[in-house]
Structures are given as C-alpha cells and as structure tokens.
Design a binder for this molecule. Structure first.
Ligand SMILES: Cc1ncc(COP(=O)(O)O)c(C=O)c1O
Length: 463
C-alpha cells in the first residue's frame, strides 16, 4: 500500500512528561485496602492492556516515544492540523492579545480523540485482540474509536451516555456507518446498567456508568478489551502530537504563548496541547501559564476533592488519587457531554495539586456565546466542549492589563460542532440556561467519596 506523504512538520514522536516529572506516575491503591471492595467482573479487561501500551503510562526513561509507522501514516491523512491567529476575534474583542488557536476538528471523526484511537487500535490489533469496547460521553471518542477499529480490522462496541445520545442521534449513525455496535447507557445488557435503570428508569446516564458497562462487556470474553478515551497517562501521551505541532507552528511565526488554554474532560485534550509546552518552557526557561476550563455543571477541579476514587460505576477501574466529585455524581445533561466526567485523570489531577495548572468553571450559556462569536469571526463552529475553552480564553484575555505588552494566548479547539447544531439552535432560540452543578447529587456523591476514602492510607511510595 502506498502511504500518504508525510508532512515534514509532522512529529515522529510523542512527548513523555513522565521523563521530566516522574512524580506524575501515580500509584493505584490495592483494592483490598478499600472498604467493602469487591473484585468485579471486567477487572481483567482493563488490566490486560498490551505491554506496549501499559508501559507508556509508567515510562520515566524516555522523553520522546517513537510513533509506530502505521499510526504515523494514518496521522499523515489529517495532520499537522491547522494553527491560526484569530485576528478577527482579536479585533471584535478589542483584546490586548495575540490569540492563536489550534484546530483538531478537521478529520472525519471531528475531534482530537482520533489521535489516541488510532494508536490504541494499532497496539490492540497487534496484540491479537479482536474486539474493543468503550464508553463515550460526547460521542466524539466513540466515533473516533469506531473509525480506528474499522481501519485496523477490529470489531467495536460503544456504550453511549443516554443524555448525549438523545441530543445528537445523528452521531450514532456515524458510529454505525463506521461499523460499530452502539448501545444507549444505562442499558439492560449489564449489571451496572440494570442497577441504574432499576433505581431510576429515566436515568440520564453518566460516563462512570457507560465505562462500567463497557468494562463488564469487555470482561466477558478473551478476545475483547476495554479501550479508554481519556485520563490515562498513555492517552495523554498520544495526544501530545497536538502540542508538539503547535510549538513548531508558533516558532515558525516567531511566537511562544504566555498562556495555553484547553477544556478539561478527564485531561487528554488538555494534556495533549499543554504537556509539550511544559517541556519547551523547561528547555527555554520561558514560563508558560496553563489554564484548564471545565463545565460548571461538572466542576471536578474547582469543587472536587483530591481523593482516591474510581473512574467507573462498576468498581473495576484502579483506585487512584484524583480530583473527583465522586463516581456517583450525576451532572445535569449539559450539551458538552465530553465535560461530564466526574473526575480528572491522575496526571491532570497531580498537575492541579502541585500548581502546574489553573482551573476555571464555565457555564454552558457563556460557552455557547463564546462558541457563536468564534463561529462568526473565525469561520469555525466549535464543539460545545471547545466552546468552553474559548470562553475561558476570552476571560483570561479580558483580564490582561492594557498597559502591558499583548498577552500571547493559545487555545485548543478540540472538535467541531457540526453535529451539535441542535444545541446551537437552542442557544439561538434563547433556550439555553447557565446550568451549574446539581447540588443535591453533588453533596450525596462527595459524602460517598469521603466514606470510600476512610481507611485508605497513602501508598508508601510511587512504584
Ligand atoms: C470535542 C471534545 N473536546 C474535549 C473533550 C474533553 O475530553 P478530554 O477527556 O480529552 O479532556 C471531549 C470529550 O469527549 C470532546 O469530545
């Protein structure tokens, strides 16, 4: 097969922050130390990652990790992605800033998620796995994995959070066109889903449930594995292609950002653009400010607690120290389904804990306003998640003093919003509210989180 010619600006390696900051290799606490823990079905499915992939989450030896040739050839179909200066937006804002954006929406599946989907499908296919199962929130990850599985000859099953599936069923058509089997979550297919539906037949679904369902199904046979869309160190690593490209693209414009801004689901989009800049800042001695923008409906950083917790509702995922609202928190059904995860992943959490990143929470009305403004000025309709990052960036820029030199801001537009027209139409019709957290669910979930943590001692030291 003749491969697509690779652009010379396409990086050939991923950037591994664990080399510079080995303290970010966080250890999971043993399940036996968690009160009332059970060994759940599906546990093996997560733990049986191919070694190539599992090692990437703990590798502190190599700063650069070569991208497999097969993955590079597929990256070459849509990368490098554009980096542009948002001149019209600057003018409209009257900003004392040079605003740059990186755009990850210009691939078939519509977001940054493809960067890790291709890598994971490659490693699993080479390890002899035949079927990948996953949970998806916004649906962007599910679409990306469906495509990657098709390319690599794998079967794909997706549990999609009910509230988002019902908001944009057409994205489900895309997953199915790409060969995936799609289930609404909670479903009747697994114990996690049945339990949730028994408690509330109208349950709107959460990422923790969808993940739990996927893990349960993946655990049922030896040819299947669970693939994870965000949070894990290896996933953040695969996304660093974004930041590495941005560094060289900005260098070719003779610029370097004072501030890099991205939205935060579980951290892969944020890590993807920011981690290489931490490396560049270390090498050059130039500081860089990193800002994570979360949804006010799911404020895991600004209102969460740094505790041991799970990522799923099955109780299967490793128990790691993360900023969390508790895995039983049910965020209101905001349109930014990709920001509804109850926790940040361990790496993003460790960065927040040591002050390497700042966080801000944006409500969805503010984010849709920013998304529409970006559309009018820059000709790109951002995904609702990315619209949060734009709103966050506008907030940062607006606070920059007039008398100082212009602030250089870089924002990651993680996906397009062309399958979110229903949401934008609702905004245009004045039907979007500035939704914040569900306080009752939050109080209950945080108290369950504290209970879960009772008796868990800090691990003696990182592995
Ligand atoms: C377009 C888009 N941006 C950002 C995110 C947040 O994801 P992450 O967990 O990578 O931070 C998602 C998640 O689905 C998404 O679809």
């Amino acid at each position: 097969m003749v491969a697509t010619a690779r652009d010379p600006q396409l990086p050939t390696h991923w950037f591994n922050i664990l080399h510079d900051r080995p303290q970010y290799v966080t250890s999971a606490v043993s399940r036996s130390r968690v009160a009332g823990a059970v060994k759940a079905a599906g546990q093996g499915a997560l733990l049986q990652q191919p070694l190539s992939l599992a090692r990437q989450s703990i590798n502190t030896a190599d700063r650069l990790i070569p991208i497999p040739g097969e993955v590079l050839d597929l990256y070459a179909q849509y990368r490098p992605t554009p980096l542009r200066r948002a001149v019209r937006l600057e003018e409209r804002l009257g900003a004392n800033a040079r605003i740059y954006y990186k755009y990850e929406g210009a691939n078939l599946t519509g977001s940054h998620k493809l960067n890790t989907a291709l890598a994971q499908a490659h490693y699993y296919a080479r390890a002899g796995v035949r079927h990948l199962v996953t949970g998806t929130g916004a649906g962007q990850w599910g679409t990306a994995l469906a495509y990657a599985c098709q390319v690599m000859g794998l079967r794909c099953t997706i549990f999609w959070v009910r509230s988002t599936l019902r908001q944009k069923p057409i994205r489900g058509d895309m997953m199915r066109l790409l060969g995936a089997v799609v289930h609404e979550s909670p479903s009747n297919l697994t114990e996690v889903g049945r339990r949730a539906l028994k408690e509330d037949p109208e349950e709107i679904g959460t990422m923790a449930q969808a993940t739990g369902e996927a893990l349960a199904l993946a655990g049922e046979d030896s040819e299947s594995r669970f693939a994870v869309g965000s949070g894990e160190n290896s996933v953040l690593l695969h996304q660093t292609i974004i930041g590495q490209e941005a560094i060289s693209q900005m260098a070719s414009l003779d610029d370097f950002p004072d501030c890099v801004i991205a939205c935060m689901g579980a951290g892969s989009n944020f890590g993807g653009i920011t981690l290489p800049f931490l490396g560049a800042a270390k090498d050059s001695g130039r500081p860089v400010r990193l800002v994570a923008v979360e949804s006010a409906a799911c404020p895991k950083l600004t209102r969460g607690r740094y505790r041991y917790d799970l990522s799923d509702a099955l109780g299967t995922t490793p128990v790691t120290k993360i900023y969390s609202l508790g895995s039983s928190y049910v965020p209101p059904p905001v349109y930014a389904g990709g920001l509804r995860h109850h926790s940040a992943g361990p790496l993003a959490s460790a960065m927040y804990a040591d002050g390497s990143l700042e966080a801000m929470a944006i409500d969805q009305l503010t984010s849709f306003r920013a998304g529409m403004l970006f559309c009018e000025t820059e000709g790109i309709l951002p995904a609702p998640e990315a619209a949060h990052a734009i709103a966050g960036m506008m907030d940062v820029v607006s606070r920059h003093p007039r008398q100082e030199p212009p602030l250089v801001a870089l924002v990651n537009i993680s996906g397009h919003g062309l399958l979110d027209l229903g949401a934008y139409s609702a905004f245009a019709a004045g039907q979007i509210e500035p939704v914040t957290a569900d306080e009752a669910s939050l109080a209950q979930s945080l108290s369950a989180l504290e209970e879960f943590n009772q008796g868990i001692a800090e691990p003696a030291e990182a592995p």
